[in-house]
Design a protein around this ligand. Structure first.
Ligand SMILES: CCCCCC/C=C/C(=O)SCCNC(=O)CCNC(=O)[C@H](O)C(C)(C)COP(=O)(O)OP(=O)(O)OC[C@H]1O[C@@H](n2cnc3c(N)ncnc32)[C@H](O)[C@@H]1OP(=O)(O)O
Length: 415
């Protein structure tokens, strides 16, 4: 089935180089980036057979892994759908041929055009990263039957894992579990959350919950993701991070079951912006909602540049997304970002009682209601996500952003 996705697209036209401005900024500022080996903790998604994903610091997939993944694709039992097939096609082409230099097919050549668009959207993503992303995607497709009840024997060990996925009482819970780092999201966690969502969309649970361990819900992107980038790889990394961000947010846009955020404490950055893509957001009265993008020289993501103004009106959205105003839980409730606020001391009890009752409702009816409410906006949201990710890749190599991140990593600044 999938082999039909791999015909060569022939012909060559000029590629899409980074803008001269970006290259200049990178050249000027690269020396200020941190160096030294990053020693990230092991992160584990726990799920019973058939797959246990264990990963440490990101490693490039070998040619052998890539070849295995290509074979695995042919063995997939279920058709992954056109969108995924296009992603696979694009990553395959990028990994084997590099950036898309083929002539753009005519408007009426629908299939060729969709394939060309998917490949071209990968821009200058390095071949190695495309290979890794292809392997990751195939592995997530093969693992989609994972995520059931966490075996009791795993529960103790899960304390030290960065992401813990459990499924019980019709609820799949994805728990950010780096309390010592305020649940900041590492690159690997983005990938693991995507896998967990893909698995949850197909498991037998009826609703899916994202929450955090410890006193924070999430402190946003782990700013150490910007560490240890060799000067000549800064642009490449910005591009590959933008692709990861786009794929990550796409998973939330497309998630088919009711998705609930249980915001147990303060939320920062991307963990706030994503809330607009959840169906319901329950917050402890201790939670705060902070999007300090301008302070960090960055720009909004998670489709917030579109959803927040629609949700709260342009000027309230501007206070948050341009000026970085931090909202209390009650303020977030008034702006429609939060569905309900609970006193912190009864938060867990009240929220989980509600969720267990919701999880008894007929699953198909819930999915259909969600689809009806969301499908008209989907295409728009994907376009907004693509644009926000593209702009962020530019911000990440800007002087303003680099200065802010260097200040945080050298402990000179915090929010
Ligand atoms: C594929 C890429 C996609 C990227 C998408 C774009 C996303 C953008 C964003 O999310 S922007 C938001 C980024 N987040 C921040 O700027 C928060 C930075 N953190 C802080 O300002 C503070 O740590 C705090 C206000 C969250 C909490 O302050 P405090 O209560 O005083 O605790 P500590 O600062 O001592 O924190 C404990 C420990 O955690 C580390 N840490 C906290 N947050 C982050 C983070 N976001 N990145 C990396 N590390 C973080 C902090 O350094 C401390 O570590 P230490 O104990 O010193 O080793």
């Amino acid at each position: 089935m999938m082999s039909r996705l791999l015909p060569a697209v022939s012909g060559r036209v000029p590629g899409v180089p980074p803008t001269p401005a970006m290259a200049r900024v990178v050249g000027l500022l690269a020396h200020r980036w941190f160096s030294g080996a990053f020693r990230g903790p092991l992160q584990v998604i726990r799920c019973p057979a058939p797959q246990l994903h264990v990963s440490g610091p990101a490693m490039a997939a070998s040619q052998e892994d890539f070849a295995k993944a290509m074979n695995q694709v042919k063995l997939l039992k279920e058709d992954p759908g056109n969108e995924v097939k296009l992603k696979l096609y694009a990553l395959y082409k990028q990994a084997t041929e590099g950036p898309c230099n083929a002539p753009k097919p005519g408007m009426l050549d629908f299939i060729l055009k969709a394939k060309w668009d998917a490949w071209n959207a990968l821009g200058n993503l390095p071949k190695e990263t495309a290979r890794q992303n292809y392997v990751d995607l195939v592995s997530s497709l093969s693992a989609s039957s994972c995520s059931q009840v966490t075996p009791a024997a795993d529960k103790k060990q899960a304390e030290s894992d960065s992401l813990v996925v459990t499924s019980e009482d019709g609820i799949t819970t994805i728990r950010l579990n780096r309390p010592a780092k305020k649940n900041a999201l590492t690159t690997q966690m983005y990938r693991d959350i995507m896998r967990a969502l893909e698995a949850a969309s197909e498991d037998s649970s009826r609703i899916t919950v994202l929450t955090g361990s410890g006193d924070y819900y999430c402190s946003g992107n782990d700013l150490s993701n910007f560490k240890d980038i060799p000067p000549d790889k800064v642009e490449e990394r910005a591009q590959s991070s933008a692709v990861l961000l786009r794929d990550f947010v796409d998973c939330f846009i497309d998630f088919p079951k009711p998705l609930i955020a249980v915001v147990n404490g303060p939320a920062v950055g991307i963990s706030v912006t994503l809330l607009g893509l959840f169906d319901v957001v329950y917050a402890s009265d201790r939670a705060t909602f902070h999007t300090p993008f301008s302070h960090l020289g960055q720009s909004p993501e998670g489709c917030s540049s579109y959803i927040f103004p629609k949700m709260m009106g342009p000027s309230k959205a501007a206070e948050m997304l341009i000026f970085g105003k931090k909202l209390t839980a009650r303020e977030a409730l008034a702006q429609g970002l939060v569905t309900a606020v609970f006193p912190d001391d009864t938060f867990q009890k009240e929220v989980w009682a509600r969720l267990k009752a919701y999880a008894k409702l007929p699953p198909n009816a819930m999915r259909i209601a969600k689809r009806l409410m969301r499908h008209q906006e989907k295409e728009k949201l994907h376009a907004v996500n693509a644009e926000e990710s593209r702009v962020l890749a530019e911000r990440w190599v800007s002087d303003e952003c680099i200065t802010a991140i260097v200040a945080f990593l050298s402990k000179k600044a915090k929010l």
